[in-house]
Ligand binder design. Structure first.
Ligand SMILES: Nc1nc2c(ncn2[C@@H]2O[C@H](COP(=O)(O)OP(=O)(O)OP(=O)(O)O)[C@@H](O)[C@H]2O)c(=O)[nH]1
Length: 533
């Protein structure tokens, strides 16, 4: 089953492509916020224990998937046929090592559970969500599935509550055998063996909590998603540190007075939230906090709701909530923005996501204004394994490249054509002329294509970037923004300014230079990363 990285769900193999087209899934933003809203308010100790158990279960699932993959690799062939020319001298050992380690540390799942039982004498009390086994077909099945479980349609927290109830009933039934002291569940379940390169740390637990709150099951949590969320949170560290602690202190002091309002205002402006968005946030906060004394955590939860609503607002008006490329149809995404904003890198990263999600993808190198731009896009094309259509001549007509790219896309039944465009034209009129010419070609050559026009914005430029954005939004019929370089900037609040001032939805965010460092935007994840201190 292929995971669709644009809608962050598995493509259902049972569905025909036509069915998939009709099942217009809500965007990451929409689907996630709904389930998150119900669950994020539950901060009881029981919910915290459940979330920790969820994190542990997710960790074990990742570990078992990796071990299953290792077992599936033909390590026996490598060791049995040392004369094979393709195998380098180090490779057999490298292959064998992890296997040996696995056998030494975790001889079989039985033994693993024995160890756990030794720590926690009551088998009833062992968290059932943490046990998993590998079926003969290699699929990882949580042992939850082997026991009567609440219906899968329930949210994670509802299921957790039902499981708690069932556990409690079982404990009561076996109360005579269980000494009271041994029933107590450890606050932090121990991880038996750490996955290399993936620590079971605060960042991991936070990431799984964010995924759980969005309805993700422990067995569906992947290492890539964890890495991304950790990166996003780390990237917004500077912005977060600048805001959260001070905000908590201010809103925790009681009803908002003028001095508190002034302080919040300056904090938001420092994070480049912009005047308009800051005013909106302050007014919304005042509505709630003017009269009551609200505990800081509640006030922050309220602030999170305000920010999420702001970020999702464009989707509720004119913009489609989902922008997942349609399968078996040509989708053309024009990527615009000033040079240096991260256009080429973004194209490479989106091409990579498209490849991973099973789309037939192609890149059109229509930034002919700068010769090096074509070479750069070619490098990213080869990194993501996507072909690039370019015109070898210098200063060729970008519209001609788009023409060729569409012809190639149609001939190859391409599903996603990414078009790089020039960002540095002498003036707004030139830019407008060029982009409208490209749009005319698209309308003529691919009238049925689904066209998106995305503006790439460098978050580190803060408010200055927004001024450039205004020029582009007049020249290109923009349908969304890609916010790049969110890693390491203290100006992460610019995301709110983008939405408030431009009225455009954020479609992707970039938080690093690597090929995996870009994901579809989720207001829930962004706000959690921004405000969870
Ligand atoms: N830290 C960080 N750097 C990024 C990110 N996205 C892009 N960059 C870097 O920003 C620089 C410019 O990126 P490009 O993709 O070349 O930008 P461009 O808009 O295509 O500009 P030209 O190459 O001049 O056409 C490169 O060094 C990228 O590695 C990001 O999300 N985080």
């Amino acid at each position: 089953m292929v995971f669709n990285w644009f809608r962050r769900q598995n493509n259902n193999p049972a569905n025909t492509p036509a069915q998939e087209k009709q099942t217009e899934t809500p965007s990451t933003q929409e689907s996630q916020t709904e389930s998150a809203e119900t669950s994020s308010n539950d901060d009881s100790p029981a919910a915290a224990t459940d979330l920790l158990a969820f994190a542990k279960s997710a960790y074990k699932n990742i570990q078992q998937k990796q071990q299953a993959e290792e077992v599936e690799t033909p390590s026996v062939e490598v060791t049995e046929a040392p004369k094979l020319e393709t195998a380098s001298p180090e490779e057999p050992d490298a292959e064998q090592l992890p296997l040996d380690e696995t056998t030494a540390d975790e001889p079989d799942p039985e033994q693993l559970s024995d160890e756990t039982t030794a720590d926690e004498p009551d088998p009833e009390n062992i968290d059932t969500t943490t046990e998993a086994e590998v079926t003969p077909s290699g699929a990882v099945v949580s042992s939850e599935d082997a026991q009567p479980t609440p219906p899968a349609t329930l949210s994670f927290l509802e299921r957790a509550a039902a499981e708690r109830q069932a556990k409690q009933e079982r404990l009561i039934a076996s109360a005579i055998e269980v000494p009271e002291t041994e029933v107590v569940q450890p606050a932090t379940p121990e991880i038996v063996e750490e996955i290399p390169g993936l620590a079971f740390d605060d960042g991991f637990v936070w990431s799984t909590e964010v995924l759980a709150a969005q309805g993700r099951r422990a067995e569906d949590v992947s290492i890539e998603e964890i890495n991304w969320l950790k990166k996003l949170r780390q990237g917004l560290d500077k912005t977060r540190r600048g805001i959260v602690n001070q905000l908590k202190a201010i809103v925790g002091q009681g009803p908002l007075n003028q001095a508190a309002v002034d302080e919040i205002e300056s904090l938001l402006l420092q994070a480049d939230v912009g005047v308009e968005a800051t005013d909106y946030i302050i007014k919304a906060l005042q509505k709630q906090l003017r009269e009551e004394v609200t505990p800081p955590d509640k006030a922050i939860a309220y602030l999170k709701t305000i920010l999420r609503d702001m970020l999702d607002a464009p989707l509720k008006t004119s913009y489609k909530p989902s922008f997942t490329p349609e399968k078996e149809n040509l989708n053309i995404w024009l990527i615009t923005g000033v040079n240096g904003a991260g256009k080429t890198t973004t194209i490479g990263k989106i091409a990579h996501l498209a490849q991973k999600s099973g789309y037939k993808c192609l890149i059109g190198a229509a930034d002919t204004f700068r010769a090096a731009a074509v070479e750069q896009v070619k490098v990213w094309g080869s990194r993501s394994g996507v072909e690039v259509i370019a015109n070898p001549g210098q200063n060729t007509d970008p519209a001609a490249v788009v023409f060729d790219a569409i012809a190639a896309a149609v001939a190859r039944e391409t599903e996603l054509l990414l078009v790089d465009t020039a960002g540095r034209l002498q003036n707004k009129k030139n830019l407008m002329d060029e982009l409208s010419k490209i749009r005319r070609i698209i309308d003529k050559k691919a009238p049925n294509a689904k066209v998106e026009s995305l503006l790439v914005l460098d978050a580190t430029l803060g408010q200055n970037g927004l001024r450039q954005a205004e020029v582009f939004s007049q020249a290109a019929q923009l349908s969304g923004v890609v916010l790049t370089k969110l890693d390491g900037t203290a100006k992460g609040g610019v995301a709110l300014a983008v939405v408030q001032q431009l009225g455009l939805p954020i479609r992707f965010i970039g938080a690093g230079e690597g090929i995996e460092d870009l994901r579809p935007f989720s207001s829930y994840e962004f706000v959690e990363a921004l405000l969870s201190g």
